[in-house]
Design a protein around this ligand. Structure first.
Ligand code: E4P
Length: 295
């Protein structure tokens, strides 16, 4: 590997649904550890887009086959942080249905992680999965209580579980998303079974912030990794201070730390969050936009 490419301790993941982007980042950074995908990103895949704009509407099976094809192309391009594949769920999808999808998706590639939403049913599906050695990534995490529930619900896992705090979407509503990452890192024991996968990263400062916090993994769109490479792979020094400002330069509201007991039953944590609900609604809308009306 090119010695001039400086690598953080944090694993590098590409957030996207286009293998060409993964290849581009790989050629710049020397190696990509993993990839995250979701229904929105898959609906933006160039081939899916051109099919849809030429009038083709996928059936649910065709859409799943398309997702599988994309994941199978990306899988050999990335390392042991794997490819996160998201189940299709709305508010009527129960844990058993999510788990059935997760089981199928896990068989697509040898380095799969199944993404379940951070909801009651999503966490039940995650529990069923870890009991069968299916690796999981709990997505749409916006609060420390949710991250605590992930920890408690997946205690039996023999392999790392990922939790994905979405910092950019918290920033979008004026809260300092980086505080959530910091709070989760502080709450989890250092050698715990849940690894923090910082997600919804929008710019270089976010990247440097999550490197400084030593999040185990960070997923960012190709354009952010390209910016990092263009600036010669900066890493935060010991004097690095994350400012936490919005696009107009105003300070984001701090998110206070909560002292939570991780040995509590997972169902006792308050895992409701408006942004988790909105995130699911958006994924359903993007998924449906590629489907036949009747499907
Ligand atoms: C991660 O797994 C998600 O796909 C992603 O980071 C969401 O980012 P966004 O908030 O920019 O959509």
């Amino acid at each position: 590997m090119d010695a001039s490419i400086r690598r953080p301790k944090t694993k590098i993941l590409v957030d996207g649904g286009d293998p060409q982007e993964t290849l581009r980042v790989k050629s710049l950074t020397g190696a990509v550890d993993g990839q995250t995908t979701n229904p929105t990103l898959i609906s933006k895949n160039p081939e899916v887009r051109s099919e849809v704009s030429s009038g083709h509407k996928f059936t649910s099976r065709e859409e799943l086959d398309e997702y599988k094809k994309i994941v199978q192309t990306i899988s050999p391009l990335v390392g042991d942080a794997g490819v996160s594949i998201e189940v299709f769920s709305d508010f009527n999808t129960n844990a058993e249905e999510m788990f059935a999808q997760g089981k199928e998706m896990f068989s697509w590639v040898p380095n799969a992680y199944v993404k379940y939403p951070c909801t009651h049913e999503g966490l039940r599906a995650a529990q069923m999965s870890v009991d069968q050695a299916i690796r999981v990534n709990i997505t749409l995490c916006f609060s420390q209580q949710q991250a605590a529930a992930v920890y408690a619900a997946t205690k039996r896992s023999k392999q790392p579980v990922y939790v994905s705090p979405f910092l950019g979407r918290l920033d979008d509503r004026g809260e300092n998303g980086m505080d959530l990452v910091a709070n989760i890192k502080k709450m989890y024991p250092g050698d715990g079974h849940v690894h923090v996968l910082a997600a919804s990263i929008r710019h270089l400062d976010h990247l440097l912030g999550v490197f400084a916090l030593q999040a185990e993994l960070a997923t960012a769109p190709a354009k952010v990794w390209e910016e990092w490479a263009a600036k010669s792979f900066p890493l935060p020094g010991s004097d690095f201070v994350y400012e936490g400002r919005d696009q107009s330069g105003n300070r984001l509201r701090p998110i206070p730390y909560e002292s939570l007991d991780l040995s509590r039953p997972w169902e006792t944590f308050d895992i409701r969050h408006e942004l988790t609900t909105k995130g699911i609604q958006q994924f359903v809308a993007d998924y449906k936009s590629t489907l036949k009306q009747s499907a």
